[in-house]
Write a protein that binds this ligand. Structure first.
Ligand code: MN
Ligand code: MN
Ligand code: ZN
Length: 279
């Protein structure tokens, strides 16, 4: 089973590996830099060496780690300068992943800011295609969204339509977030629901393109479009649903990454342990 959580790079980027090992992760996700700003300080040779050698020591499979794009970029934006800045950031993140030996970069699909889906998707596809031209083996993973107002890609059919436009296909894949799917209206509460939701996903997007699973329970109810993650088994999806998802992902050998909160109720050490118990 490949399972772990999003870990901090606070201090230096190689600390992520220590944090993952401490939490007994066999998979993990990082931001390669501060996710709340536009600026990224270039990685030094020392950063890269330390990260790679710690990863090797850790015995965590390189194919079970991923990076997540920072929050500010929006490739579906109608604002020209915003689009250019977002694209530059995406290309830079792809290159940083290549330097670190990280095979996957998860990205959100952005917001058309009320200007309409068609134009938003057009810009998004243009930007992703541009980033796909970089010479490296990093795969960009499109993450399904929670269905907030003006957002693109919460519906599997639409996600599939976007995905199919992206070339070359070896540069693109998909990341499924269970919280986002659930609050976007895909039921995951029972084994039968989980089976049907993945069938729907397979029909439009293709299970073979699913490279990373974001395993989060939801603070809200089915179809509420509220992007608030919650502890495994304690939210709207519940124990039965989460354990069915875990079993499904394990059968398909898809790495599971938790983005659950850390609060008085539980921390990430516990959520990772619980995800293993669900298997
Ligand atoms: Mn995300
Ligand atoms: Mn996610
Ligand atoms: Zn989310």
């Amino acid at each position: 089973m490949k399972v772990g959580c999003h870990v901090s790079i606070s201090g230096s980027i190689d600390m992520a590996v220590d944090n993952a090992v401490e939490r007994e992760c066999t998979a993990f996700q990082i931001f390669t830099r501060n996710p709340r700003g536009w600026h990224a300080k270039p990685l030094t040779a020392k950063d890269i060496d330390n990260f790679k050698s710690k990863l090797k020591e850790s015995k965590i499979d390189r194919l079970a780690i991923c990076a997540h794009m920072p929050y500010l970029p929006n490739l579906a934006t109608p604002k020209k300068d915003g689009f250019e800045k977002s694209l530059k950031t995406l290309i830079n993140e792809v290159e940083r992943c290549a330097q670190l030996g990280i095979p996957y970069l998860v990205t959100h699909l952005g917001s058309h800011l009320g200007t309409g889906e068609e134009g938003g998707i057009e810009r998004l596809v243009k930007g992703l295609t541009e980033a796909g031209k970089t010479k490296n083996d990093v795969m960009i993973l499109l993450e399904n969204t929670a269905g907030q107002k003006n957002s693109v890609g919460s519906d599997f059919k639409q996600l599939g339509e976007i995905f199919k436009q992206l070339k070359p296909s070896k540069k693109f894949g998909v990341c499924l977030d269970t919280c986002h799917a659930f609050v976007a209206g895909y039921d995951l509460r029972t084994e039968k629901n989980v089976k049907e939701t993945f069938e729907e996903f397979d029909k439009y997007v293709g299970l073979k393109n699913l490279k990373i699973l974001h395993l989060n329970d939801a603070r809200g109810e089915l179809g509420c479009n509220l992007d608030r993650h919650y502890h495994l088994g304690l939210g709207g999806i519940g124990e039965k649903g989460i354990s069915s998802v875990v079993k499904f992902a394990n059968k398909k050998k898809i790495p599971i990454i938790l983005e659950t909160p850390i609060d008085d109720e539980r921390d990430d050490f516990e959520n990772v342990r619980i995800a293993k118990d669900f298997a």
